[in-house]
Design a protein around this ligand. Structure first.
Ligand SMILES: C[S@@+](CC[C@H](N)C(=O)[O-])C[C@H]1O[C@@H](n2cnc3c(N)ncnc32)[C@H](O)[C@@H]1O
Length: 463
């Protein structure tokens, strides 16, 4: 801990403890918006299944192209020899262990199981000094993570025990016990982070034991993004010396009830941040209607359906009509599939067709107002910043302006495209920095849109 404190103090940070939160990360100097507070490589990480037709991602870069399966274990995938070489140190023993499994057992090796296998292999390598332990990277930091073992439900404990058995069976290391592995699964559940690309699409899961000291707020002063597999926390506002660094663990564009439920279920605490305690009951109903309201299907009724407190379905706040959860889920998934098609289409006409279809679904069937890119226009009109849903600089907001700008450009509305892309740049340079390939592409798009807009303007003046 002393070593960690020393390493953090050179970065203007310190770890303190608060009775209601446990460990917290505090600043010992001011940080300006956009400044990197801390960055960390994953102690261990594993790719997710990709879900877009290709089952796996490369173990090294999490990419999905040119993948070849490890011929020995048949579990790991690589996009080329560079990634394979980089990963070999950790994969060598994992590969040995996995290749002894029968085909059926190999199928149960999920990303969570692989993360745990790698955690124990990393611990072994550290003990044998194959991988050096440093102030910011050592197994002691994993031991210090909260596990909430005494708060989790019996059913969950049984699941962790089954997963721990599988890990034990695969590794067969002499010095691990099942109870400890089960506790580590519980630690992963409330400490691991989903590694996303610049557009916040999930790629994998990683454990970042120092960044895991950062607590949650629904009105955070910082944001966690990823550059490759590394986690980067940036200030999204001016953070004064002696302030707690806070990020959001969840999607903040949800009602207080939804946010509290998500935090309780996964992280086992009740959030008392300013946004959670500020809202009275009536405000929360209004906030819920804006963020999660489903339009009533009764002809002539302008009411919004909200999740009822027993969580059976959705009830109209005006006429009392109830729609089942299943009905709402089916409509939401149909809209999502249209808008996904819109965002992956290559021709502008196809993008528009799918987008319009998606928005028509949004307006006609349910009026869902959520923060995927599909509902962009509605979200932007609703102005989530002023509604207090996002802090001034939030990656999702920047990405929504980016998508909006691209769509406006495709529609030939270059003037508005420039406005939207400028807003995207203003936000994303704070949350994402300025040097990543994603940001360079955005800067280039904005320059091109500006050039096109001024060409159009000068052509008009010449007429
Ligand atoms: C990723 S850890 C954060 C660091 C943790 N405080 C520690 O002592 O290691 C997540 C856990 O911290 C606690 N936590 C995070 N944010 C909190 C908050 N706003 N209020 C209360 N507890 C919080 C919860 O116990 C949660 O499960």
């Amino acid at each position: 801990m002393e070593e960690l404190q020393r390493a953090l103090s050179s970065r203007g940070l310190t770890v303190s403890t608060l009775p209601e939160k446990g460990r917290c990360l505090f600043t010992t100097r001011d940080f300006r918006p956009g400044e990197v507070i801390i960055s960390e490589k994953p102690y261990v990480c594993a790719p997710n299944k990709s879900g877009d037709g290709v089952e796996w991602r490369c173990d090294g870069c999490f990419g999905t192209t040119n993948l070849k399966r490890c011929s020995t274990c048949q579990v790991a995938w690589y996009c080329g020899s560079n990634c394979q070489k980089e990963e070999w140190k950790l994969h060598r023993l994992e590969c040995d262990a996995l290749s002894k499994l029968d085909k059926d057992k190999r199928k149960s090796v999920t990303p969570s199981i692989r993360l745990m296998l790698r955690l124990y292999l990393r611990r072994k390598f550290e003990a044998e000094r194959v991988i050096p332990a440093t102030a910011m990277e050592n197994y002691k930091l994993v031991e210090a993570l909260v596990s909430h073992m005494s708060d989790i439900e019996e059913k969950q404990l049984v699941l962790y025990a089954q997963m721990a058995n599988l890990v034990n069976l695969i590794l067969q290391l002499p010095d691990i016990n099942i109870k400890e592995i089960a506790e580590n699964f519980s630690k992963l559940a409330c400490n691991a982070h989903t590694i996303c690309d610049s557009e916040l699409r999930p790629l994998g899961t990683g454990l970042f034991p120092v960044i895991s000291i950062i607590n949650h707020s629904c009105l955070p002063n910082s944001v966690l993004v990823f550059e490759g597999r590394s986690a980067v926390v940036r200030a999204v506002q001016h953070i004064r010396k002696d302030s707690e660094v806070l990020i959001s663990y969840i999607e903040t564009a949800g009602s207080t009830m939804t946010r509290q439920k998500a935090l309780k279920e996964q992280y086992l605490f009740t959030c008392n941040c300013l946004r959670c305690i500020k809202l009275g009951q009536s405000d929360d109903i209004q906030e819920s209607a804006i963020l999660e309201g489903y339009q009533c299907k009764n002809v002539g009724c302008d009411g919004f359906l909200l999740r009822d407190s027993d969580n059976i379905g959705f009830i109209c706040q005006l006429c009392g009509l109830v729609r089942s959860k299943e009905e709402i889920k089916a409509i939401a998934s149909e809209i999502k599939s249209w808008t996904d098609k819109a965002l992956t289409s290559s021709s502008s006409q196809s993008i528009l067709l799918h987008f319009v279809h998606g928005v028509a679904g949004l307006e006609g069937s349910t009026g869902i107002l959520q923060t995927d890119h599909s509902s962009i226009r509605k979200l932007i009109e609703f102005d989530p910043c002023t509604a207090g849903v996002y802090p001034g600089f939030h990656p999702l907001l920047g990405l929504q302006y980016y998508t909006c700008g691209k769509l406006e450009w495709l529609l030939g509305d270059t003037e508005n495209a420039v406005k939207s892309l400028t807003k995207a740049v203003d936000i994303l340079r704070i949350t994402h920095g300025t040097t990543t390939p994603f940001m360079k592409e955005l800067f280039m798009k904005l320059d091109e849109a500006r050039a096109e807009a001024s060409y159009k303007l000068s052509s008009k003046e010449d007429e």
